[in-house]
Write a protein that binds this ligand. Structure first.
Ligand SMILES: Cc1ncc(C[n+]2csc(CCOP(=O)(O)OP(=O)(O)O)c2C)c(N)n1
Length: 323
């Protein structure tokens, strides 16, 4: 990784944290409704994975705001989507869990836990069939590894040697359920190991995540089949805005926050890439400005027109299905 890329990753992590804090504030003010799952604490993982896997198709979870932005979707369009405005990346109809931009090869955001995994495998099959080599990356939480679709996806991806990275964000919780209450192990890579090579990485270390994903992308492009990466991470907030997260002790949270990915990246920038304080402050200012502009844009944008209500729906009775 060179200095420029390290600075870019730091910029997007800072932007992501501030974006999420602004989203939280506007949710509490009533500007955002529905579900809102914040990525605070996991930004290093989200940003580094996107920056490492620049080309190729990405399928993600509902906790995807920071990934969408790091993928190159304008923060204005992401915030406007959270506000339910027509200028949003999904025209205000998807909301927080359905950020979708085919021009960035970013296919959500999926509200169904693990629902994105078989979709991503289907896409990997299509890419292989067409001999397009970039490959696919699918991101999901530890909770998603308990579902049948997960195992079916590992099975067929392995049997057909599909070019896909399975990236598990293990933050140890599925809402309030600690993973070892519903899984025989803490490490979810043990479930994938019979099917494909697996690798574990510290998800609070953006540089380590970047290197793991980059290496995995090279491997899947060689036609050797899928790879599973497990990144151990920590979400600071509750599962969503309707969860206080009170099932975790203050001590547990303190240990988590001592690993803060943004502080670690800042330290790496200073010590390994010799970035000076002025450079770091200017990246932070730029991130803050982007967030303020995103909120202003979202707040001043119009809502979708009522006439659009039945557009983009698969609904035979609505008369808009092309047969
Ligand atoms: C198929 C399905 N089952 C249950 C739910 C309810 N649900 C929403 S989020 C969630 C927890 C998922 O946890 P995890 O996969 O670890 O992701 P994280 O929220 O930690 O990022 C559950 C059970 C759902 N949305 N879809």
């Amino acid at each position: 990784m060179n200095k420029l890329l390290a600075e870019e990753i730091y910029y997007y992590m800072t932007l992501g944290r501030r974006f999420e804090l602004a989203a939280k504030e506007h949710y509490m003010k009533g500007d955002i409704s529905g579900f809102l799952h914040l990525d605070i604490g996991q930004e290093g993982l989200s940003v580094a994975a996107m920056k490492a896997f620049e080309k190729g198709d990405v399928f993600s979870t509902y906790r995807e705001h920071v990934m969408a932005i790091a993928r190159g979707i304008d923060p204005k369009a992401v915030m406007a989507e959270l506000f339910g405005k027509v200028t949003g990346v999904s025209r205000g109809k998807g909301g927080s869990m359905h950020l979708f931009d085919p021009s960035r090869f970013f296919y959500g955001g999926d509200a169904i836990v693990g629902g994105q995994i078989p979709n991503a495998v289907g896409c990997a099959y299509a890419r292989k069939y067409k001999e397009e080599e970039e490959g696919v990356m699918v991101i999901f939480g530890d909770g998603a590894t308990n579902g049948g679709a997960f195992f079916e996806s590992l099975n067929i991806a392995s049997a057909w040697k599909l070019p896909i990275i399975f990236l598990c964000e293990n933050n140890r919780y599925a809402i309030g359920t600690e993973i070892t209450r519903v899984s025989p192990f803490l490490e979810q890579s043990k479930k994938a190991a019979p099917y494909m090579p697996v690798t574990e990485v510290d998800g609070m270390d953006a540089i380590a995540v970047y290197e793991a994903v980059k290496e995995a992308q090279r491997e899947i492009q060689n036609g050797r089949g899928p790879i599973f990466i497990e990144a151990f991470t920590c979400r600071y907030e509750g599962h969503s805005m309707s969860d206080s997260g009170s099932y975790r002790s203050p001590q547990e949270m303190q240990i988590c926050k001592a690993q803060d990915p943004i502080e670690r990246m800042k330290k790496a920038l200073t010590e390994s890439f010799e970035a000076d304080a002025e450079t770091i402050e200017s990246l932070e200012r730029r991130a803050q400005k982007a967030v303020e502009e995103a909120v202003e844009f979202a707040a001043s944008s119009p809502e979708p027109d009522a006439a659009e209500l039945f557009e983009n729906l698969y609904c035979k009775r609505c008369g808009n299905v092309v047969s």
